[in-house]
Design a protein around this ligand. Structure first.
Ligand code: 0GY
Length: 313
């Protein structure tokens, strides 16, 4: 149902990049964009009152057009904080995808079993816990663990978003989550620091010690200090992020996922060309075997286990 609400975009907030280039890198057949969002459109799916930013509209038709343009077969649509725990836009996109999108929801303790089941029926396979203070207010950990325990029964997993400096404080809590745990954007390392320094070493240790933890090797545009400028006449931007993503892929090839993060919320300096983001993939995953796991086998095992030989959650 259409609503009359007109949402004013947060000042300085850039729109997604119209007319992305066609990647030079050809994705393997069946590739999954395992981290992207839909925003509204606000007139149809109003943004949540508790949101910390108001985005531009970025609906399912635009997401599916980008999927086809870049050469992806499927999407995993992650609930964005601007929609709070109102999952309708994400669910609507999953339902419209004809089985080509799965979802990650945000739910509160008050969610009923019936609501969880209907999210499952729409294609939701995970919940997201967000610890980035500029995006959300604090939710008590006992509430999150209760939710994790409930969604575990549906075979779902938990996606966590936090910043590297907060990992020590969150370590024990993450260790108590009884499902697969997927970390957004490599745990947001400070890529100006040494890749062999204590901060990234702690994240690698976290993954080593917790075989249920996976990482998205996504968001170079968000993590890069060097920025989008390609060096030496080459096409590859965000070079400073590449070693971090590559280290994770080579260390944990069966527990990594990749996503565009379209429509790239909260970017103010520049908006990435999604075609160029795809062209970074062979630099972080140099072998075909690594690319295939990253883009096809791993996301299929997590989100479409019924279509894989040994689907594991
Ligand atoms: C991302 C990153 C961000 C935002 C959100 O849900 C969100 O609002 O995830 C961010 O601002 O770092 O994954 O899209």
């Amino acid at each position: 149902m259409k609503q009359d609400t007109i949402f004013e975009k947060t000042p300085g907030w850039l729109d997604w990049y119209a007319g992305p280039s066609r990647p030079a890198y050809q994705l393997p057949a069946g590739a999954v964009d395992a981290h992207c969002h839909v925003f509204g459109p606000g007139a149809e799916f109003p943004f949540a009152p508790e949101r910390k930013y108001t985005p531009c509209d970025a609906g399912k038709e635009q997401l599916f057009a980008l999927r086809d343009h870049l050469g992806f077969a499927r999407n995993v649509i992650v609930q964005a904080t601007c929609h709070g725990a109102d999952n309708r836009a994400m669910v609507d996109a999953c339902l419209a995808s004809q089985g080509r999108a799965r979802g990650v929801a945000t739910v509160r303790r008050s969610v009923s079993d019936q609501e969880l089941q209907s999210l499952h029926d729409a294609g939701v396979r995970g919940v997201r816990f967000n610890f980035v203070k500029r995006l959300v207010d604090f939710t008590p950990k006992d509430e999150l663990l209760e939710i994790a325990g409930r969604v575990a029964k549906l075979g779902w997993h938990v996606v966590v978003y936090f910043e590297a400096q907060d990992l020590p404080e969150l370590w024990d809590f993450f260790g108590a989550i009884p499902t697969t745990v997927v970390v957004d954007h490599m745990g947001r390392p400070d890529v100006s620091k040494d890749i062999d320094g204590p901060e990234f070493a702690l994240f690698l240790k976290f993954m080593r010690e917790h075989p249920n933890v996976w990482s998205k090797v996504s968001c170079p545009e968000r993590l890069s200090v060097a920025g989008p400028r390609a060096l030496d006449g080459e096409r590859i931007p965000y070079r400073d992020v590449i070693p971090f993503a590559r280290r994770l892929i080579e260390s944990f090839p069966d527990r990594v996922l990749w996503g565009t993060d379209w429509p790239h919320p909260n970017l103010k300096d520049h908006m990435p060309d999604d075609g160029l983001l795809v062209d970074i993939i062979p630099h972080i995953a140099p072998t075909y075997a690594h690319q295939h796991k990253l883009l096809v086998e791993n996301p299929m095992r997590l989100y479409w286990p019924e279509e894989t030989a040994n689907g594991a959650r």
